[in-house]
Design a protein around this ligand. Structure first.
Ligand code: SF4
Length: 344
């Protein structure tokens, strides 16, 4: 399926906060999360945001993003800021990535620039460039060292485990830290998780520090709007942590990581508008969304809103620039994301 691509620039009038899949997410800490694009090179069977088959993809202009980050740092304070680039997609598809990182470092107060990637598009040249522009850490979503399991989970037939592992070795030799972030799918990649623990410990035994190669096992979470691995029933958090404790004992490795392990602490949030579920508000529609039943609204110059269109309504370009009353479905002040629906 071919998808549309929309470039979000300053003059597009699309605000960069308030919408989950683009722009900036502020969870009230020293971390500023950036979502510069929505395209992905994979369509993983477990993807919680269903990336890889959006009808419309978005790419945010890097200058526009940097300008917004500057405003957010002004509010949070010019010290110990981490920029975490974590798109609903694959960041190595973002052409302006190196410029973005370079421009971000020019802002005062940034201590860490990290990014999430599935790693498959890495090559020695890209690693050199990421090293040159000063990327601090890459969080790699590596769920297995077994090519067949990876092919199954990522829904492809040519997952190149060898190449990925070679590139991880190159990253370890560079100034970039590596955080392996496998998702544990109970019953599906249990032994693979243990392989990744061995891999991590082997590298630490070779002299790489705990900071240089980190391991953060993630719980498989199922979201209504995401893709799901059919056979798997997600376990409770208690079960997940109990399993991690067993592995910690067995391998003498710390696996339960918390905010303090990443230097995350509370900070001022960007100002948000307080809405409650069910509130009726007036918004201007400024763009289509990723799906035909989704669009982006604007509350004011700073705050956007995701608007879901109730069946049988689907998005049409004639909606752009029009004002509508929409009803708040979800307003999450922890991360400044607001969702509404229309018609009310
Ligand atoms: S899980 Fe990550 S790599 Fe896989 S489709 Fe989703 S965004 Fe892409």
């Amino acid at each position: 399926m071919s998808s549309k691509l929309i470039k979000i620039e300053k003059n597009s009038l699309i605000p960069l906060s308030g919408v989950d899949f683009i722009g900036i997410i502020d969870r009230g800490t020293n971390i500023i999360e950036l979502k510069p694009l929505t395209s992905c090179n994979l369509k993983c069977k477990y993807c919680f945001v269903s990336s890889g088959d959006y009808e419309t993809n978005f790419i945010v202009d890097s200058d526009y993003l940097v300008e917004k980050v500057r405003e957010v740092i002004e509010i949070k304070g010019h010290h110990d800021i981490e920029i975490h680039i974590a798109p609903y997609g694959e960041i190595l598809l973002y052409e302006d990535l190196f410029d973005l990182i370079q421009s971000l470092w020019k802002l005062s107060g940034i201590k860490i620039i990290s990014m999430q990637s599935n790693g498959l598009l890495l090559n020695p040249e890209i690693i050199d460039k990421l090293n040159e522009v000063g990327l601090t850490r890459i969080n790699m979503s590596l769920n297995t060292l077994n090519r067949d399991v990876a092919n199954y989970l990522c829904n492809i037939s040519n997952y190149d485990t060898c190449k990925l592992l070679e590139n991880i070795t190159l990253l370890l030799k560079s100034n970039i830290d590596v955080l392996l972030a496998p998702v544990w799918f109970p019953g599906e990649n249990d032994s693979d998780i243990e392989d990744i623990i061995h891999f991590t410990l082997n590298h630490r035994n070779q002299g790489y520090s705990e900071k240089k190669i980190q391991l953060g096992i993630q719980k498989y979470l199922v979201y209504k709007t995401g893709r799901k691995l059919k056979k798997i029933r997600p376990k409770s958090w208690d079960y997940f942590y109990a399993q991690l404790s067993c592995l910690e004992k067995r391998y003498q490795i710390k696996l339960k990581l918390g905010p303090q392990d990443f230097g995350i602490h509370k900070r001022m949030s960007i100002p948000s508008i307080r809405y409650n579920k069910g509130d009726l508000i007036r918004v201007i529609i400024v763009s289509r969304g990723r799906w035909k039943n989704e669009c982006i609204g604007k509350i004011n110059d700073s705050n956007g809103i995701k608007v879901l269109l109730k069946k049988p309504l689907i998005f049409s370009d004639v909606m752009i620039g029009k004002e509508f009353n929409v009803r708040i479905l979800k307003a999450n002040y922890r991360d400044n994301i607001i969702t509404a629906y229309f018609p009310i």
